[in-house]
Ligand binder design. Structure first.
Ligand code: HEC
Length: 135
């Protein structure tokens, strides 16, 4: 009689454990699903582009308004490799960038008519921090 009881309890325990591990698996797979959905959403175009444009809101604002059309939403440049600004801080100082904005450079026309001195300073200070090692 005793032995029988023990067998029964152990059987019950086993089936309980099985149920629990089923629950666990379900939980884990729904977590994985959520993570996958999250990653897919983050990989979407617009979010990735704005992630690249992290910085002081006013500098990013100036960039979007006055520079994005030629230098692209992710700084990668729309008019060839010379317009890639993703690591421009490695090549140019803030003051040099301000000069380029005011006077233009090569195929880039002067932006002084469209960008105020103050805005040029802001966007240049931000772009000067775009360096290879910071990535
Ligand atoms: C009409 C298109 C256009 C606009 C608008 C424009 N650029 Fe440019 N920019 C260019 C081109 C084209 C070049 C490449 C010049 C060359 O070397 O021929 C360039 C080059 C540069 C460079 C030099 C990059 C390097 O590595 O030498 C900087 C810095 C720069 N632009 C910043 C800006 C900023 C900041 C703005 C906004 C205030 C801006 N540009 C707006 C077209 C533009």
């Amino acid at each position: 009689m005793r032995i029988h009881n023990q067998k029964e309890t152990s059987h019950l325990q086993q089936s309980n454990q099985r149920k629990q591990s089923k629950k666990k698996r379900l939980l884990i797979s729904s977590f994985l699903l959520l993570i996958t959905i999250g990653l897919t959403a983050c990989g979407g175009g617009t979010q990735q582009e704005s992630a690249q444009l992290e910085g002081p809101a006013d500098a990013v604002q100036v960039y979007k308004k006055s520079c994005l059309s030629c230098h692209a939403a992710d700084l990668s440049g729309k008019m060839g490799p010379e317009t890639n600004l993703t690591t421009v801080g490695d090549r140019l100082t803030k003051d040099q960038i301000v000069t380029i904005i005011k006077e233009g450079k090569g195929r880039m026309p002067s932006q002084s008519g469209r960008v105020s001195d103050e805005d040029a300073e802001k966007v240049a200070a931000w772009l000067a921090t775009k360096k290879e090692q910071a990535k």
